[in-house]
Each structure stands twice: as C-alpha cells, then as structure tokens.
Design a protein around this ligand. Structure first.
Ligand SMILES: Cc1cc2nc3c(=O)[nH]c(=O)nc-3n(C[C@H](O)[C@H](O)[C@H](O)COP(=O)(O)O)c2cc1C
Length: 207
C-alpha cells in the first residue's frame, strides 16, 4: 500500500515519464543517436501482444526518405476538406521537422493464424483478430512514446495519416499491412502546456 501517493509519483521514473509525455509537433534540428533510437524500438518491441504474435513492424525513416513521406502527405492533403486537409498539412510539417520518423504497421499475421490459435467461429474471427492486432500495436506505440520521453525525446502519434493509409502503406513497403501510426521523434522545439485530462472521478467507476 502506498501511503504517500504524491511522493511516490515524484520518485518513480516510469510514472514520471508517463506524466511528462506530451505530444510535440515541432522539433529541433538535432539528430537522435542510434543508441536512443534502438532503445525506444526495443521498448516498443517488448509490449504485450495477443497470443504473443508481435504482429507489428517498425519502419524507420530518416533523411531523403523521411522528406519524401512529408511531401507525399502534403500533396495528398489537398484532396481533402478542412479540418482533414489542415491536420494532414500539420502532420507533414511535423514529419519534415523531425530528425527521424517511426511508422508502425500491423502485419496481419494474427489475422491469418487466428482461427488456428483461438477457437472462435469464422464470423467472429476477422473482427476479433483485427482488433487484437490493433490493441497489441497500440501497446507497442505507447511503450515507444514513454521510452522516448524517458530519454528526453519528444514524439507525436500521427493517426490522421489513416486518411491516406493506402498510399502511406505502399510508400512504407507494407502494402498488405494495416496502418497503425506514424511517429516523428526528436528533440522538442516547442512544448505545448499539458492539455487537461479528465479527473479520475469522471472516468473510473467502482462496482
Ligand atoms: C490514436 C491517436 C491518434 C492521434 N493522431 C494525431 C494526429 O494525427 N495529429 C496530431 O497532431 N496529434 C495526434 N494525436 C495526439 C493527440 O492530439 C494528443 O495525444 C492529445 O491532444 C493529448 O495531448 P498529449 O498527448 O500531450 O497528452 C493522436 C493521438 C492518438 C492516441
């Protein structure tokens, strides 16, 4: 039993990183070391996954390839109306400004092996396995974000690219995969104040 929760929160490094993580959308022109990059990829890869299928792929983009992705997102943004077009343009700028970008795609491995691993009927199967892959990869993404924060790095989970998922997956060389996230990683140029989070009393129910 923790007697003094506030003291504990200030001393526990994991909880400090969870609390300090912020979505950062503009980055300094400062590289991320290979060691730091591998550390956060390894943290992502340690996540729990349904039936331990680890049905995720991490695609790392730097330099010209990363800038090509930024250009692709910017180009495709014009096909949409507001706010999608604005969000895609902002995403493109974040990608361009970050020294490194990590994209996450689901492989579909769990979906294809699902009926053999879990005894569920075929109707339930596709929805069931797809959701499990998404949940597993989301756990990996969150591990990555927290690990990055713990190393003084900044990140943002760009989900809006799902609007152009086909083009993005093709660009990433994962045309058969499912889009999960694109995460610019770097050192924060500007950190916005923490957005308000709902008080626990609003989101927790004790039965
Ligand atoms: C699934 C998901 C998708 C997101 N997509 C975007 C996005 O496309 N663009 C963006 O700027 N932020 C995106 N975010 C970041 C949220 O806007 C951010 O988490 C939220 O405003 C709370 O701020 P915080 O992360 O600093 O706590 C996304 C976050 C999640 C979890």
């Amino acid at each position: 039993m923790i007697n003094n929760l506030k003291n504990y929160l200030f001393k526990n490094n994991t909880l400090i990183s969870i609390k300090n993580r912020r979505s950062v959308r503009m980055f300094l022109n400062k590289p991320v070391s290979t060691g730091a990059l591998e550390t956060i990829l390894n943290a992502a890869n340690q996540a729990p996954s349904a039936h331990n299928q680890q049905s995720w792929r991490f695609i790392v983009l730097k330099g010209a390839k990363k800038n090509e992705l930024a250009a692709l997102v910017n180009e495709k943004a014009s096909a949409f109306t507001k706010p999608s077009t604005t969000l895609l343009r902002l995403a493109s700028r974040s990608i361009a400004s970050a020294p490194v970008v990590i994209a996450i795609a689901n492989t579909g491995q769990l979906i294809s092996r699902g009926t053999e691993l879990f005894k569920v009927d075929k109707h339930t199967a596709k929805d069931f396995f797809r959701i499990m892959e998404i949940q597993s990869s989301a756990a990996a993404v969150q591990n990555l974000l927290i690990a990055a924060t713990s190393l003084g790095l900044a990140t943002v989970w760009l989900g809006v690219l799902i609007l152009i998922k086909k083009e993005v997956l093709y660009f990433l060389g994962e045309p058969e995969g499912e889009f999960m996230a694109v995460i610019p990683v770097g050192y924060a140029a500007k950190i916005s104040p923490a957005p308000k989070k709902q008080p626990l009393a609003m989101v927790v129910k004790y039965l």
